[in-house]
Design a protein around this ligand. Structure first.
Ligand code: WQD
Length: 339
């Protein structure tokens, strides 16, 4: 079955293309490299030993987007990753985020309708929960006000797709809410490529360890948690990627009980910042140089997933431990330093 992966050259998109191809899917990508490089395309091709067709077009351009479907009338599934996702940047440039993330989604859905694409998988995020009342969230946990325009675009995206599917009963969708994707493909040929100084914890750890940044700041150690630092549900990017393959197969095999279903993608285990740092130091045998700084505004104290629905209905089971997440992230950081 032919699948279009939007944002296919991005962190999660690239790992998902590898997993889809390994599971027999015929994949084409669309990515304008605004947040990625062609190195990612070469990395994917090296892993799967085949060329990947990527359309370098802007999905906010409806005509250019339609041309992909005119060239490939056999697209049966779409996995929509393409979006800007830097929380801090979204606060500084909200109009950029609302335009890019929402218009590209609406254009893709226009193509779903016009070219009759039956299966749709959407890249959502635990950020849709905002600052939830419970720390272990289920898919039914009420969404609070999104903490950033980025998070708001994910909340809106879920609503837009839900309404679209309700109006097009012959279409089906799965919305996947990622917790904290980390790590890299074990081959170290693809991984996370943060632009500028990394905002996220794991790339900050590996860049500190390799000397790209002078030190790591832990944003607060006086939270009401077991060691005072924030709790998150870190999950390996390859586990996230495989969930997308399973979600497509779930829809193709008509296993869905409703036309639009939502799943949390987390390990179900919360890990503190200090525990993540300790896991990295253990696998790398490097003592990290970190300082304690003030709390970062917008940070949730603790959130992790109840992932029972994805396990039961998608047949999804996470494979990677926090140590393996850190090991693959470190191996990738070392690989790009040598490149
Ligand atoms: C994790 C913890 C920080 C950096 C973000 C997005 C979310 C999703 C995943 C897209 C927090 C602490 C971090 C550092 C630190 N992305 N930290 N020092 O904020 O949980 O989620 O990425 O969907 O939408 O919000 O991830 O890695 O930035 O932070 O102490 O240099 O690490 O305070 O407690 P976050 P993160």
């Amino acid at each position: 079955m032919k699948v279009l992966v939007t944002g296919g050259m991005g962190y999660i998109g690239s790992h998902t293309i590898v997993d889809l191809i390994n599971n027999g899917f015929d994949v084409i990508s669309v990515d304008n490299f605004s947040r990625s490089t062609t190195e990612m395309q070469f990395g994917i091709e090296a892993i799967v030993s085949k060329k990947i067709t990527n359309y370098n077009i802007d999905l906010t351009d409806l005509d250019a987007t339609k041309n992909i479907f005119k060239n490939h009338s056999d697209i049966q599934g779409i996995i929509h990753f393409a979006a800007y996702k830097a929380v801090g940047e979204s606060v500084e440039k909200p109009q950029l985020y609302y335009h890019n993330n929402i218009v590209s989604l609406i254009n893709i859905l226009q193509c779903v309708e016009e070219f009759n694409v039956p299966y749709f998988v959407f890249s959502s995020s635990c950020t849709v929960y905002g600052n939830p009342d419970e720390v272990c969230v289920t898919e039914a946990t009420p969404m609070k006000l999104a903490a950033s325009p980025y998070g708001a675009t994910k909340q809106m995206g879920e609503r837009i797709i839900t309404d679209f599917i309700a109006a097009h009963q012959n279409k089906t969708a799965v919305l996947l809410r990622y917790f904290n994707p980390v790590g890299a493909h074990p081959s170290a040929k693809i991984g996370e490529l943060p632009i500028g100084r990394p905002m996220n914890l794991v790339p900050a750890i590996t860049q500190c360890a390799i000397g790209k940044i002078p030190s790591l700041t832990v944003f607060g150690n006086d939270y009401n948690t077991r060691d005072g630092s924030c709790i998150r549900d870190y999950i390996h990017v390859c586990d996230i990627a495989h969930a997308h393959t399973l979600a497509l197969q779930y829809l193709m095999n008509k296993k869905n009980t409703s036309n639009c279903e939502i799943y949390n993608l987390g390990t179900g285990t919360g890990v503190t910042v200090f525990e993540a740092i300790n896991a990295f130091e253990k696998v790398s045998n490097i003592k990290l140089n970190y300082t304690i700084g003030p709390k970062r505004s917008g940070d949730v104290e603790s959130i992790y997933a109840n992932n029972n629905l994805a396990k039961q209905l998608l047949g999804w089971q996470t494979q990677y431990t926090i140590e393996e997440m850190m090991q693959t992230a470190w191996t990738w950081e070392q690989a790009i330093a040598k490149a």
